[in-house]
Design a protein around this ligand. Structure first.
Ligand code: RB5
Length: 143
């Protein structure tokens, strides 16, 4: 899959760690920035990754900030985006299986890096449970 990844300064170091992990799983990664740990504004990177998903230029996105919260709030301004803050493997799995989350949001300041790697692995490996009640629920907040 093609994965768009972005972070602010609060998520920069975790992003640098995750990119080779994602590539080692056979995915193509597009890093939209930031490119060092100078202070930047997370909505700018949430927007870049969201636009990649909306344009179908990437299948899934990953956004990393200090907590994952700001990124998810910003990305979810788009009705096409279902951005989920996940804090363990279970929430990562459910975000795909039940919510069809097309962006994973995680926080560098709140996650052990190994747990963050596992969250990303589970997120990328889990499929949406097509049709039925989950699609009906998503349709209720999608145009
Ligand atoms: C930046 O200091 C921090 O506010 C940001 O990374 C993020 O955690 C916001 O939600």
């Amino acid at each position: 899959m093609k994965i768009a990844i972005g972070s602010d300064h609060g998520g920069f170091h975790l992003k640098q760690r995750l990119i080779p992990v994602i590539e080692s799983l056979g995915h193509q990664v597009e890093n939209v920035g930031c490119y060092d740990d100078s202070s930047v504004d997370y909505p700018d990177y949430a927007e870049l990754v969201s636009q990649k998903i909306i344009a179908k230029d990437a299948e899934l996105g990953i956004l990393i900030c200090g907590t994952g919260i700001g990124m998810s709030i910003a990305a979810n301004r788009h009705y096409e985006i279902r951005a989920a803050v996940c804090h363990d493997e279970y929430t990562a799995e459910m975000s795909r299986e039940h919510n069809n989350a097309n962006i994973l949001c995680i926080g560098e300041r709140v996650l052990d890096p190994e747990l963050a790697e596992n969250i990303v692995k589970v997120y990328l490996a889990t499929e949406f449970e097509q049709g039925g009640r989950h699609q009906r629920r998503i349709d209720k907040f999608s145009r």
